[in-house]
Design a protein around this ligand. Structure first.
Ligand code: ATP
Ligand code: MG
Length: 445
């Protein structure tokens, strides 16, 4: 308050001095007139500055007007406050915009509903999953747009603890889990979360348990049947006993085979770390060919083509189990008289390839994409009869995945199949020492 009046003192001094000077020289009337004239000029200047202030305040975006004297201070201070509040506003708007952008691009669908369940706002995922549109549906009642009886009932229940699972309206392959969250007395938030993958894993788990139980039930029933028969026998016939014991052993071998495969799969899935040792694949192929010959018992022609002595970086045990399965499949699914070739070569891409080529029964194209599913068998009865559980190729797929490799299958019904395990170039250890024997080398059983 005081500084303001303090600064006005010169003006008061000037007015008093002018009044006194003119009073002394020209008398009272002239002194009053001159003083009033000065005062009138002062008032007109203020009115003009006020008009400028008024014009500026109506359009504060423009530059501040220039002020004379105390008006300069007024305009300066006002401009300073305006700029700082505008800066604060800009920060708040940017923060809000950022929040909106983040919510808009959330992977979950978000719809904000008012107290009458009209849509107040929705994000991109809500458009995608619920088939709503930000430009078209704001202000619409949501139950008119999502006309699903279960949804309407659930929405009316107003029980925020209970979620609802339903198919996405325009994406029937997607399952959504919906949840309601109360934001305020007038607003609720509807969240839509994609649980398709979760459902798939759940279904796989159920199938897996059903398959394992089914696979175990047959051999266990057979063994239990024989034991019951023995129990009822007064004087067991040694010949029949021997036959029954052989059959029981076959069934227990099946159970062991199944449990072994399950343990291998569980280990492959559970273990993060994998051994990275030098694997002598050419040596391994020779050993596998020997095993194939003993499994075949002379019924097939078994050839080995080793085009390179290159080795591989990986887990020797896992690769042996995977390659061994491809070889045993070829023997088991190729009728007597057929030819089986084990091939090890460097592909043009630089990848290493282990292939098993057979002239067996072949596989219809429709089965090929499903071969690596657990327990999947083209001919259930036939595979089971040969001791198969349908887990072999699932193991192969896992092993190759752990080595960043891939399984390729080429097959034609009645002509035969080629199963190729392709392993990436950066796992290859090129052959450095020239091979003593000419390559490709071929050996026939
Ligand atoms: N070389 C092949 N020729 C024809 N069919 C094959 C061949 N290899 C695999 N299959 C088919 O693919 C199915 C799945 O093979 P996979 O190795 O996973 O299981 P399996 O051999 O039946 O049992 P397991 O390997 O557990 O003993 C087989 O049941 C068979 O129908
Ligand atoms: Mg197999």
């Amino acid at each position: 308050m005081w500084p303001y009046w303090w600064r006005r003192l010169p003006l008061v001094g000037v007015l008093v001095s002018v009044f006194l000077i003119f009073l002394a020289s020209h008398g009272l009337v002239v002194a009053l007139s001159v003083t009033l004239l000065i005062l009138a000029t002062y008032v007109v200047r203020h009115l003009w500055q006020l008009a400028q202030l008024d014009r500026w305040l109506r359009n504060p975006g423009g530059p501040a007007p220039s002020g004379v004297g105390e008006w300069g201070d007024v305009f300066y201070l006002l401009n300073k406050h305006l700029r700082s509040s505008r800066h604060g506003q800009d920060i708040a708007t940017a923060g809000l915009e950022q929040m909106l952008q983040a919510t808009r691009s959330l992977p979950d669908g978000v719809v904000i509903l008012d107290k009458r369940d009209r849509i107040a706002w929705l994000n991109d995922a809500a458009e995608r999953y619920l088939g709503l549109s930000r430009t078209r549906d704001i202000g619409q009642f949501i139950y008119y747009l999502l006309r699903n009886a279960r949804f309407v009932e659930w929405l009316a229940m107003d029980d925020h603890g209970q979620s609802l699972r339903m198919r996405a309206p325009i994406l029937p392959e997607v399952t959504l889990s919906l949840q309601l969250v109360r934001m305020s007395l007038d607003q609720r938030m509807l969240l839509a979360h994609d649980v398709t993958e979760l459902e798939r894993v759940d279904a796989m788990r159920r199938d897996f348990i059903a398959n394992v139980s089914h696979e175990l039930r047959t051999p266990v029933t057979v063994i239990a049947g024989f034991l019951e028969t023995f129990d009822e026998m007064e004087r067991p016939d040694p010949g029949a006993l021997k036959k029954h014991f052989r059959l029981m052993r076959e069934q227990s071998d099946r159970i062991r085979h199944l449990l072994d495969d399950l343990l291998v799969l569980a280990k492959l899935e559970g273990e993060q770390d994998m051994k990275n040792e030098t694997v002598d694949v050419p040596g391994m192929v020779e050993v596998l060919a020997g095993e194939a010959r003993s499994l075949s018992q002379g019924q097939h022609e078994i050839a080995v083509e080793i085009a390179t002595r290159m080795k591989l970086i990986g887990s020797s045990q896992e690769l042996r189990s995977a390659f061994g399965n491809l070889v045993s499949n070829a023997v088991r699914y190729t009728p007597a008289g057929g030819r089986i070739t084990l091939r090890w070569r460097l592909a043009e891409s630089g990848n290493a390839e282990f292939s098993v080529v057979d002239t067996g029964e072949g596989i219809d194209a429709k089965h090929i994409p499903r071969l690596t599913e657990r327990f999947y068998r083209v001919d259930r009865g036939r595979s089971r009869a040969s001791g198969g559980t349908g887990l072999g190729l699932a193991i192969v797929k896992h092993v190759l995945q752990r080595h960043q490799g891939k399984l390729k299958v080429d097959s034609a019904v009645g002509k035969g199949s080629t199963f190729t395990a392709s392993l990436p170039a950066d796992r290859v250890i090129p052959e450095t020492v020239p091979d003593a024997e000419p390559a490709p080398r071929s050996a026939v059983a």
